[in-house]
Write a protein that binds this ligand. Sequence first.
Ligand SMILES: Cc1ncc(COP(=O)(O)O)c(C=O)c1O
Length: 408
Amino acid sequence: MKPSRRSFLEATLALPVFLDPASSFAATAPRAEVAASKDSSFDPWVEIHRDNLRHNVLEISRRAENRPILAVIKNNGYGMGVANVAQLLEPQPEIFGFAVVKLHEAISLRDAGIRKPILLLGPFDEQNLEDAVARNIMPMVYTPLGPAFDKIAAKMQKPVPLHICIDTGIGRVGVPYHQAAPLIRELASRKSVQIQGTMMTFTEDPEFDKEQLRRFHETCSALEKDNIALGKKHAASSFTLFQHPEAFLDMVRPGMAIYGIYSENEFRHAAIMDLRPAISLKARVIYVKKLRRGDSAGYNRAYIAKDDVWVATLPVGHTDGWPRNAALSHDKGAKVRINGELYPVIASVSASHCILEIGREERVKIGDTASFFDWQPGSRPEDVSESCGASVYDLTMHLNPLLPRRIV
Ligand SMILES: Cc1ncc(COP(=O)(O)O)c(C=O)c1O
């Protein structure tokens, strides 16, 4: 019977530990211990580099001339684990607080003991709002929710702190700037509401950003003239940190720069901030073999060996967050570091595997650690992004949340 794709994948996954005589693990590990294992030591993992994270925060603070940093840690802390990142960042005095999109992330931060301010950028219903406020989580508001705040404030016996979001052109969330004044006046007039911040998001179109900032200033000044307190004004993402110092306002609000990754490749060479990647994806080689000239690799025989060549199989695929387009095509493709050398990803990236071309010599062995991206030049996330077109946001945020996170 022809094996199905599923049975093929299961069979290959089982091979390295039990069948390969070259694996020292297979030779030495007692059966009882293997049976007790929950995860394979060959499984991929994500590393979080504490010192790099700290360094990046200091760099951002220097660039923002000591303005407070509202750290965007949405989408599982850009792949690092939302609570991990918050716990590492919270002790740094430069960090004012945290912004997330999903309510469950905000709640998990409080459950993990995070005490600094948390801003919820995502949607909520009235019950969600009450649950959030009870945990001292601030909502981002742009609709007429005054009556809901009255109810919650009466119950809590204190006004509800919140941030207002103004849409100056991104068209996503936020009250349109030309309709913002009446909404903000109405909210500010309520005893139940305490406006602690007012924010906007740039489209990151350098020319239009200037017009967006003008709209924001115009809207805010008109309200401030009438003594409406808007709290801390903030707009600056990582892109803005590089492009628009005039938009740093009262507080900056970066995500990607905190994790040490340049959101645009051109910023790497701008000498504005020295960012050090604080996240790596790693795994151990599960199989090494020699393909003969004409042998194929990958679904649809995506790779045909032009000569005899050694290849290595890694237990990392698109289900782990490694992009499908990392495999070499038209001379472009990501490279993976093993023992200091970079090897191209070939064939196709399947759900749980990818294959590297090692070359004429057998230069790697089963069990060697492979780094899919890390902080080293040549294997930074930006290098992977440049080589295969995957966005650095996808590389980090699409990392499977179930992969183990190790803080180093
Ligand atoms: C509202 C808002 N502010 C700030 C950020 C941080 O952006 P970046 O990771 O590019 O710094 C994001 C992320 O997309 C965002 O949605």
